[in-house]
Design a protein around this ligand. Structure first.
Ligand code: NAI
Ligand code: MG
Length: 354
């Protein structure tokens, strides 16, 4: 299995090195090839996503990505900024399904802002459609209004748009994912108000017939936002569009304690994917050796499960993470009194040992 390793900027190289160590500890299973991306690539080549890096990513079975971005690139033109690398990869590789598991390890309930009984043992999966919706719908723009009441003033407008095939493919992704979990899908929309949501709901109901073993429910997005903090453990898989998913996945992230714990996957139609921690390059702590590598290590576990067909190895990695947490090892972001503070490298070593 060929894995493209793109460490990027800031803490990216530090956390990716630990995930690579963990993958190598599973045995000689992987051909790992690294390439620069983001600001690191800009410094070397003048471009955040050099053709050779894109080529490597295209030809690999999966991509392990660190993070990109740094304040020192703030003055660059938009197309040269490090963040363009991740947007470019998503676009070129047609990654349309974003998976964000929100897991609250029992050992870390103290790090969450919610009560232990609400979040303890939480294990839900938010699936967000990434390529459609109001972010890409046309027409859009800012123009001078022709409406009688507002004539002559400026107005902004965007178009919310989903085509049937786009909803079908994300629906299948959600039902397939639920099959490997607790067999429940909650589709989140705003079907009481929006036509796009009506279509979304129709398609979800139709595709659900192909998955009689899965229980499908529907929820309006405003209620879903409430239920996520009231009774998050009632969910299993949540599937939603790009806009609602953007907001709900960040909301769900906060149920778990630290951003340093949250993995993610972005998949194409063949389950090829890009795996990265949900956080950014954390320039404030880069080079200090204190970043939490667990989000990246857990992203590598997702890669084993979703792209490389190695569910047992994925389980081994996830169990190892759980073990180091129950041993009381904590990087600074998840440290609480009575636990043992460790560095990035020590945390990686502990996962390898476990
Ligand atoms: P950030 O996620 O990098 O950092 C937010 C806060 O969380 C900081 O205090 C940071 O120290 C902390 N943090 C993040 N990851 C951590 C970890 N593994 N262990 C311990 N603490 C951690 O978000 P911020 O500061 O808004 O952005 C910094 C840069 O990252 C920007 O250039 C931004 O554009 C970029 N970024 C890149 C992303 C990507 O590569 N996919 C995603 C989000 C932001
Ligand atoms: Mg967001």
């Amino acid at each position: 299995m060929k894995i493209a390793v793109l460490p990027g900027d800031g803490i990216g190289p530090e956390i990716v090195a630990e995930a690579v160590k963990v993958l190598q500890a599973l045995g000689p299973l992987f051909d790992l090839e690294s390439a620069p991306v983001g600001g690191a690539a800009y410094d070397l080549t003048g471009h955040p996503l050099p053709p050779a890096t894109l080529e490597l990513a295209k030809n690999a079975d999966a991509i392990l990505f660190g993070a990109v971005g740094d304040w020192k690139y703030d003055a660059l033109a938009r197309e040269l900024r490090p963040e363009q690398a991740i947007l470019g990869l998503r676009k070129h590789l047609k990654l349309f399904a974003n998976f964000r598991p929100a897991i609250c390890y029992p050992e870390l309930t103290a790090a969450s802002s919610l009560k232990a009984e609400i979040v303890g043992g939480l294990d839900i999966l938010i699936i967000r459609e990434l390529n459609g919706d109001i972010y890409f719908g046309q027409p859009r723009g800012i123009r001078t209004s022709e409406l009688p009441l507002f004539k002559g003033t400026r107005e902004g407008f965007d178009t919310m748009h989903y085509s049937e095939p786009e909803v079908e493919r994300i629906a299948r992704v959600a039902f397939e994912a639920a099959r490997k979990r607790n067999k429940k899908v909650c589709s989140v929309d705003k079907a009481n108000v929006l036509e796009t949501s009506q279509l979304w709901r129709d398609v979800m109901i139709r595709i659900a017939k192909e998955y009689p073993d899965i229980e499908l429910s529907h929820m309006y997005v405003d209620n879903a936002a409430m239920q996520l903090v009231k009774a998050p453990k009632a969910f299993d898989v949540v599937v939603t569009g790009n806009l609602f998913g953007d907001i709900l996945s960040d909301e769900a992230a906060m149920l778990t304690g630290s951003i340093g714990m949250l993995p993610s996957a972005s998949l194409d139609k063949n389950n090829k994917g890009l795996y990265e921690p949900s956080h950014g390059s954390a320039p404030d702590i880069a080079g200090k050796g204190i970043a939490n590598p667990l989000a990246t290590i857990l992203s590598a576990a997702m890669m084993l499960r979703y792209s490389l067909g190695m569910p047992e190895q994925a389980d081994r990695v996830e169990r190892a993470v759980q073990k180091v947490l129950s041993q009381g090892l904590r990087t600074a972001d998840i440290y609480t009194e009575g636990t043992q503070k460790v560095t990035t490298v020590q945390m990686g070593d502990a996962v390898v040992a476990a």
